[in-house]
Design a binder for this molecule. Structure first.
Ligand SMILES: *Cc1c(COP(=O)(O)O)cnc(C)c1O
Length: 476
């Protein structure tokens, strides 16, 4: 169905009577009308669905979703960055079926179970050295809340009760609950919810698009690190933590920056006794080319040492999104032994006070274990390197399009800006992409690809070719 057809169908559905509640399978038209009547969709102005209708999805397989008219859509954004190994992945399905017959859920306070223990041990093996303790929640925003609370509570338990403030990067995104919004720098949220929030300060983002003419991404990153240093010098006594999205600021429109910034940020945070929180909710699980983005920080130059370790260990590492392969809500905050020990004692008030009903859900942990199995069995990081090289190889007609600016790539993320006169570019592009069998969801005039790792060559051909066609259409 074309976008225009969908529009007419939505109008018809809007005018039709909303059918009575039943449990029978819903047809396409029924789904549209009833969804608009009963479901309040996220990240949406509901009225926009009058002109850009919802798309009822009947099923998915591999990198593709399909609707009720058997039209297919290449899921080029991994369904909001969560899907790693395709829809209805047979291995993850099998693991979940097995877990369903064993244990679907048990509370994690006072109880434990196999999937949560195995997952914690395997994450400890994979994560930057020293992150030995896993605290679980159900979504990314909660992971941010946990990291912020744990950091401030650590300082309190250590007698440093003044350290209660946080900083983040300009254009940062760490989730949308009130605590997470306090370290999120999105103008729309600030104006709508600013009164409810104890808004925290930001420091300049090393996003290389802001570099001066002729300045390298690395030089710009180091210049931003100097600004961070000046801020820390002045405010460290009150600062609990600095929270960052390592290498790629996703919601900012896939803003990418040089890894030298991570290395300097780690040094400076240690020097000024401020925790470093790595929010790898979007960039973890192989997305940037290494299992965790923090691994890409260059070695610190330390004279006289033989072996220099690359990569940094943050004080807190937040994971979610891809951790279950895009199957179930799960997040985890990993931290160091020294931090864990500051909470260990006889008094309840000294312990970490945080819980969610579904903390460490066995089904979600099992999906995460099946996801890690696929990483190991298929040597996914190496396979992704050749896939990324292939996509870069075929990208010239798109990259060199006269309306394309700032082409960039990190691991399995690509992004660029489009010169366009359309103020509603993002929604137009979304609709036109659907007409071209693509699921793209631009941020402003930034188009990005964040495909599932199982994407094949012919699918990458289709993605690049049709995106070029879409850019053509929307840039004239
Ligand atoms: C998505 C995201 C979050 C929030 O995760 P939710 O599960 O949507 O609450 C936090 N930080 C980053 C970097 C994200 O991309």
């Amino acid at each position: 169905m074309q976008a225009s057809q969908r529009w007419w169908r939505a109008q018809a559905a809007k005018n039709a009577m909303i059918p009575a509640m039943t449990n029978r399978p819903l047809g396409n038209t029924d789904l549209l009308a009833r969804s608009l009547s009963a479901v309040w969709h996220p990240c949406s102005q509901m009225k926009h669905y009058e002109s850009f209708p919802l798309l009822p999805i009947a099923g998915g397989k591999g990198a593709w979703l399909h609707d009720y008219d058997n039209k297919r859509y290449l899921d080029a954004v991994s369904s909001w960055w969560v899907n790693l190994f395709g829809h209805c992945n047979p291995d993850i399905n099998a693991a979940l079926r097995d877990q369903l017959e064993t244990l679907e859920h048990v509370m994690l306070a006072g109880f434990t179970h196999e999937p949560v223990v195995q997952l914690s041990e395997r994450l400890r093996e994979l994560a930057p050295a020293g992150l030995g303790h896993c605290f679980y929640a159900s979504d990314g925003a909660s992971a941010t809340e946990i990291a912020l609370k744990m950091s401030a509570h650590y300082w309190r338990n250590s007698g440093r009760t003044d350290k209660t403030l946080f900083i983040s990067l300009e254009n940062s995104y760490h989730g949308e609950t009130l605590g997470a919004l306090s370290v999120t720098d999105v103008a729309l949220f600030r104006s709508a919810y600013g009164e409810l929030i104890r808004q925290q300060a930001t420091v300049p983002s090393p996003d290389w698009r802001n570099a001066a003419p002729g300045e390298s991404a690395e030089a710009y990153a180091l210049r931003c690190a100097e600004a961070l240093e000046r801020y820390l010098q002045q405010h460290h006594a009150q600062l609990a933590a600095f929270i960052i999205e390592p290498l790629v600021q996703g919601a900012a429109g896939m803003a990418m920056y040089h890894p030298a910034y991570l290395q300097r940020a780690r040094q400076l945070c240690s020097e000024y006794q401020v925790h470093l929180i790595a929010d790898e909710i979007a960039v973890g699980m192989g997305r940037t080319g290494t299992m965790f983005a923090c691994e890409q920080a260059p070695a610190a130059s330390s004279a006289g040492q033989e072996t220099v370790q690359t990569g940094i260990t943050p004080d807190f590492l937040c994971l979610s999104k891809g951790i279950t392969g895009g199957y179930l809500p799960l997040s985890v905050v990993m931290t160091r032994d020294e931090i864990y020990r500051a909470f260990y004692g006889d008094e309840m008030a000294g312990g970490f006070l945080h819980s969610h009903s579904y903390t460490g859900n066995p089904l979600a942990c099992r999906a995460a274990l099946a996801t890690l199995d696929i990483f190991a069995r298929d040597d996914v990081l190496a396979a992704n390197r050749s896939k990324a090289a292939y996509l870069n190889g075929i990208s010239a007609p798109l990259r060199e399009h006269r309306a394309v600016r700032n082409w960039r790539n990190t691991g399995m993320i690509w992004a660029f800006e489009v010169d366009t006169r359309h103020r509603d570019f993002s929604r137009r592009c979304f609709a036109l992409a659907l007409d071209n069998e693509l699921l793209l969801r631009p941020v402003g005039n930034t188009i990005y690809f964040m495909p599932p790792y199982i994407i094949g060559k012919s699918e990458m051909d289709l993605l690049v070719d049709r995106t070029r066609h879409i850019v053509d259409e929307l840039s004239t």
